[in-house]
Design a binder for this molecule. Structure first.
Ligand code: UFG
Length: 346
């Protein structure tokens, strides 16, 4: 019998790609998602890729009673991969309580139910935002964590702390994965990033500008201490990220973890500037990007890229996709979404 895995937020961007990877590896995937920032079509699109319909439940993790009833019904998950959370840096500054309430309570409720049902293995979706602007680059996991630049970033840091305290009580065996900048889409172009509102992130803003949905991309800052003056990030293909979740889950189920919790950086180890991204996009797609140089965006850091060597070794995981491939797949996904919108519904 295949192992049952609960994926919270499995209809979202990284959750859907991870669900595909898990299904392709023989896991029985159960998704819960309140569809606050995802489309119900995603579940069908996962099934299109894998040939298997994941079990889907529309549920808000903050509804403790509903979650309790769900766990009573679906008992005995071999593990939980917890993605469900709000993720906009700018929105979190406008609605801090909304972010603390949703992101912290969601995790607490999941941990309560895991404890009650003796489900031990948790993979948690964290972020490189916990490092702020690191003193040394590339940044490794043991670098000091800086004061979070946003309520969103602080929720990730507090969630990691909650997991550490719960793990100290041997209530959970956990791995927190600190993502750098996820981008790209599945090769099938059946799933990808689907911002519901105006995107905050560079790559969806770039593809939406290039397809004509947005007028102009602004490059936030040209006076950073970087070779071309624009900010540097470590972009990582979403399928590389998804594969790391599988490795983390296997490490926990086989009790190969060396500490509890463990923390891993998920990045390529290579930084690219905003202008590198724009010019690479233009080169691989042949599409000219309408962009302008603008003021720095408040709260942005100058540069960050990962030292992924701990994940490379412990998870036996390496990134496979280049920046070119990330941007090409993001563009094909944008074109596919446009074509779907233009096709009259049968
Ligand atoms: N950028 C632009 N123009 C845009 C959008 C972004 O120039 O329209 C620049 C940013 O200034 C930055 C780079 O592109 O230099 C990447 O910005 P993103 O918004 O795509 O990503 P961030 O690095 O700001 O944010 C990511 C994650 C967050 C996380 C944060 C921590 O998306 O979840 O890293 O730094 F909190």
């Amino acid at each position: 019998m295949s192992q049952k895995i609960l994926v919270t937020g499995g209809a979202g961007y990284i959750g859907s790609h991870t669900s595909v990877v898990l299904q392709n590896s023989g896991y029985d995937v159960h998704i819960i998602d309140n569809l606050a920032n995802a489309s119900p079509d995603v579940v069908n699109n996962i099934a299109k890729i894998t040939g298997i319909e994941p079990t889907f439940t529309n549920l808000d993790l903050c509804d403790a009673d509903a979650l309790h009833a769900y766990f009573l019904k679906h008992q005995h998950f071999a593990g939980v991969i917890h993605f469900a959370a709000h993720k906009s840096v700018s929105e979190s500054a406008r609605k801090p309580l909304h972010y603390y309430h949703n992101n912290l309570l969601g995790l607490i409720n999941i941990l309560e139910e895991m404890g009650r049902t003796d489900c031990r293995n948790l993979v948690f979706s964290s972020s490189c935002t916990v490092y702020g602007q690191p003193d040394h680059l590339p940044v490794a996991e043991d670098a000091p964590l800086k004061k979070a630049a946003s309520p969103y970033g602080n929720t990730k840091k507090i969630c990691e702390d909650i997991i550490t305290d719960q793990a100290a009580n041997k209530q959970v065996r956990a791995i927190s994965l600190r993502y750098f900048n996820p981008t790209g889409a599945h090769d099938s172009a059946c799933i990808g990033e689907m911002p519901m509102d105006t995107p905050n992130n560079l790559v969806p803003y770039l593809t939406q500008t290039s397809i004509g949905k947005r007028e102009q991309l602004r490059v936030f800052g040209s006076d950073y201490n970087t070779p071309d003056g624009s900010g540097i990030r470590d972009y990582i293909h979403v399928m590389d990220l998804a594969n790391a979740h599988l490795s983390a889950l296997e490490r926990l189920s086989e009790k190969r973890n060396e500490k509890n919790p463990e923390v891993f950086n998920l990045g390529t180890g290579q930084g690219y500037s905003v202008l590198d991204v724009i010019w690479t996009f233009e080169r691989v797609t042949g599409v000219k990007v309408n962009y302008t140089i603008a003021q720095r965006r408040p709260g942005d850091i100058e540069k960050v890229w990962a030292d992924p060597s701990r994940a490379n070794k412990a998870l036996n995981w390496h990134t496979r996709y280049s920046l070119e491939e990330m941007l090409e797949s993001a563009w094909i996904w944008e074109l596919t979404m446009k074509a779907k919108q233009e096709t009259p519904q049968q």
